[in-house]
Design a protein around this ligand. Structure first.
Ligand code: PLP
Length: 388
């Protein structure tokens, strides 16, 4: 069978492939520790669950306007604006089922075939996928370990030019947990202004930040709100991955086009899910802080544990729930090593190469798992690597 050119570069996400292999091993009786799938291990907070159930029982099971219910758009504009120190109007907010449509549709709305799009390598695999579907030319920029996985600015400056239509940023980052410091954002912002490019700033991990750090949004820099799409959502902050609720914030004219793409694809986001989202934003926030505190404890255990294994070096990330240890000293590809750890240690992790060429030599481990499991996984990894 032959399929349209625009789909030929698409591949499954690495996490789902590893999960399938891990589940096959589990079916044969092995105990696997799952450090491959990037989602919180906590339940959706009780007040949010209840708001969703109440909304279904009250009959909120109908279509809503494609860009979302007014009350949710208002709540998002107020909360997201306050957290970033910017003024956002509700008509700049587009609600979507998960954050992903707000990555995909702005790219479809902005990128013509042949336009160049800069994105992070290693980076979330959806970026390269959607650039390809839009017919854009993917231009990866390395994240450098030496620079705590911020953009390699020298490489960025060599790649940005008048053909660049869009620059994709992700801070804190999947898969590295790295954060882009404000001084780097300023340089990226001035290049975007010089070359008249758009910025797509994926801030889905903006609330998962450690060490009392504040992660700035490029949209808050002078003159940047009018050329930036902020993408954020409820999946990671409120442990709502399966509810599918996210949003984009962008100039109104672009929001109208993205709304049309939503209209003619998904239609709208489930009404009761949007009502649960209002509760998430306007209800108590203590649990977000408690979870954050717990993640930070786990981060420190996993980073210290990995660094104590001979041959492994691991940066201490400032955000998200991923670590990205350097395993290049073992002489295996990251795929070989990930397979070996799954087969011999019963620990499921992702090869760094699943996130781009520059991810080779690294593994991605998710620490949204219990401390007990993390400690056990570290012990098993240590034993297997010692025998290599
Ligand atoms: N952006 C990044 C960097 C992610 O890691 C993810 C999910 O893993 C998403 C976006 C998608 O979020 P959602 O599940 O809300 O669509």
């Amino acid at each position: 069978m032959s399929f349209a050119q625009r789909t030929r570069h698409l591949r499954p996400e690495g996490a789902y492939q590893v999960l399938a292999r891990a589940q096959a091993l589990e079916a044969s009786g092995q105990k696997i520790i799952h450090l491959e799938i990037g989602q919180p291990d906590f339940e959706t907070f009780a007040n949010i669950r209840q708001a969703g159930i109440d909304a279904i029982n009250a009959g909120y099971t109908r279509y809503t306007p494609p860009a979302g219910m007014d009350a949710l758009r208002q709540a998002i504009a107020a909360d997201a604006g306050h957290r970033r120190g910017i003024n956002i109007r509700p008509d700049q907010v587009v609600v979507s089922p998960g954050a992903k449509p707000n990555l995909f549709f702005p790219v479809l709305a902005l990128v013509e075939p042949g336009d160049e799009v800069i994105y992070p390598d290693p980076g979330f695999p959806t970026y390269a996928a959607m650039i390809g579907v839009a017919g854009g030319i993917p231009v990866p920029v390395p994240l450098s370990e030496a620079n705590r996985f911020s953009f390699d600015l020298q490489a960025f400056n060599q790649r940005v030019n008048d053909r660049t239509r869009l620059i994709i940023l992700n801070s804190p980052s999947n898969p590295t947990g790295g954060v882009i410091p404000v001084s780097d954002l300023e340089q990226i912002a001035s290049a975007a202004q010089r070359h008249h490019c758009w910025i797509l700033s994926d801030e889905i991990y903006a609330r998962l930040v450690y060490d009392q750090l504040s992660v700035p949004s490029i949209a808050a820099l002078p003159g940047m709100l009018e050329r930036t799409i902020i993408v954020d959502g409820f999946s990671k902050t409120y442990a709502m991955t399966g509810w599918r609720l996210g949003f984009g914030i962008m100039p109104t004219e672009l929001a109208e086009v993205v709304q049309l793409l939503l209209t003619h694809s998904v239609g709208c986001t489930a009404q009761f899910v949007q009502i649960a989202g209002i509760e998430a934003l306007t209800g108590p926030q203590e649990q977000v802080n408690q979870v954050l505190h717990e993640y930070q404890r786990r981060r420190d255990v996993i980073v210290d544990g990995l660094n104590s294994i001979p041959g492994v070096t691991c940066q201490r990330p400032q955000g998200a729930f991923y670590v990205f240890p350097n395993i290049s000293s073992f002489g295996y590809t990251s795929t070989e090593l990930a397979e070996l750890l799954l087969d011999r240690a019963g620990v499921a992790v992702l090869p760094g190469s699943a996130f781009g060429d520059k991810g080779e030599g690294y593994l991605r481990l998710v620490y949204s798992n219990s401390l007990e499991n993390i400690e056990q996984a570290l012990e098993r990894i240590r034993q297997v690597l010692r025998e290599l």
